[in-house]
Design a protein around this ligand. Sequence first.
Ligand code: SAH
Length: 248
Amino acid sequence: MDIPRIFNITESAHRIHNPMTHEKLATLGAALRLEPGASVLDLGSGSGEMLCTWARDHGITGTGVDMSQLFTDQARRRAMELEVADRVEFVHGDAAGYVSEAKVDVAACVGATWIAGGVGGTIELLTRSLRAGGLILIGEPYWRRLPPTEEVARGCLASSLSDFLLLPDLLASLGGLGCDVVEMVLADQDGWDRYEAAKWLTMRRWLAANPDDELAGEVRAKLGTEPERYAAYTREYLGWGVFALMAR
Ligand code: SAH
């Protein structure tokens, strides 16, 4: 079981697999006023940077679930490196339908809401693991500026303009799902650069090391087009944020 290999190639050097920077992740951890010993479940935990740094900085305990074997291995190594391996564990597996045995204080899905069919389904899934009064964290894109055409939306790698909302509409829709929005930390274009531009150097080095790989052609083509596509579309039109929610 694994995610498509192309992501394990292009994001192999990422610690954070979304446009949040290390500083923003720290800002979010502080904004949530986490108490030592608070428990956090993270579905689609990637390379574990959020749980590992929050365990180090706030003394939380946590479980992350991710379908990438590579990212899960990296998360376990990061936990050892930050000396928090006794407080956080990483499970390699499908997070679809994953419910924790004990109720948690914070249940998160940061940039992987497709695992439960979108934001609404993900909130429902996370709620099944959450103690009464706990926090839900959702990381999700929104339109910074509305794309003028469907073509521009597709340039942002959306399947259609209707994939995402403008920020006020996204916040309103979270309210419509029965949640109070109680905090948010938004990524910015510098953060997008860290997420997207970091892939280019990774791809270039991977190509040099793997010229005969079956994905070499695809990676070569991507490296040739991604900087321009990203600058023209994603960087201009797409926003990204983590939203903290509490059930009403
Ligand atoms: N939350 C992490 C990773 C976001 S990227 C971070 O912010 O760094 C999306 C993650 O979802 C990837 O790590 C990918 O491996 C994982 N993923 C995709 N489908 C999944 C599934 N069905 N179950 C668990 N993880 C999944």
